[in-house]
Design a protein around this ligand. Structure first.
Ligand code: DGI
Ligand code: FE
Ligand code: FE
Length: 193
């Protein structure tokens, strides 16, 4: 499907404020891609589609996970995690996105995972810091993002994990693995600096 048609279709599936968020993620993902050497067109496409399923009924998101062989353990964790995996499926199935890098960036935009690709980092971080975001510490993460994708994401995931702990919620293991892995990457980079 053409970029413009995907945009109109995605926009029609979410409330206006979520569309504004998506526009913010598109803009920020392109900026980060240019800053850190990722492909800005891929970053933009992943951003356009990253929350496509966010406002679908949760039963529909769960059905996609069950019927299409997506990780079943997701269903034992917070529903907020489901739209990312369901979204990657829909991007391929309904919008014809074939690029696995783009699909992974959509799939892991919420949880992260061990050894995230550059494109996954760009989209995940853009989702945290797009201009419309307002949560404690977001300005700090924006500043860190000026010089380190990895350090900014560590700060983002640390905040999310603290939030989940505070709420007494479970933490999806990929989020812990993502943070651990980013910490290792930063350490390695500093050792080789
Ligand atoms: O879809 P968005 O609101 O733009 O952002 P998102 O896809 O990053 O979703 C974030 C929400 O997911 C946030 O409110 C925390 C919630 N969540 C629940 N369990 C987990 C989780 N986020 C992560 N990273 N890991 C979890 O285990
Ligand atoms: Fe999301
Ligand atoms: Fe989002």
């Amino acid at each position: 499907m053409k970029r413009e048609d995907i945009i109109e279709s995605v926009r029609s599936q979410m409330p206006e404020r979520r569309w504004q968020h998506t526009l913010g993620v598109m803009e920020t993902a392109i900026q980060l891609a240019n800053r850190y050497g990722a492909d800005p067109d891929k970053a933009e496409l992943a951003a356009i589609l990253h929350d496509v399923c966010k406002y679908w009924p949760v039963e529909e998101q769960a059905r996609i996970i069950r019927e299409h062989g997506l990780p079943a353990e997701l269903l034992d964790y917070d529903k907020e995690l489901w739209h990312a995996h369901a979204g990657a499926f829909v991007a391929k199935d309904r919008y014809g996105v074939a690029d696995e890098e783009v699909l992974d960036a959509i799939r892991y935009h919420t949880s992260g995972r061990e050894r995230m690709t550059l494109l996954e980092k760009v989209v995940c971080l853009a989702d945290y810091i797009e201009p419309g975001r307002d949560f404690p510490n977001v300005n700090n993460i924006r500043e860190i993002a000026e010089h380190s994708l990895e350090k900014a994401l560590i700060a983002g995931f640390s905040g999310t994990i603290a939030f989940l702990l505070e709420k007494g919620k479970k933490i999806y293991p990929l989020t812990m693995q993502a943070r651990n892995s980013l910490i290792d990457e930063v350490k390695l980079k500093e050792e080789h600096a």
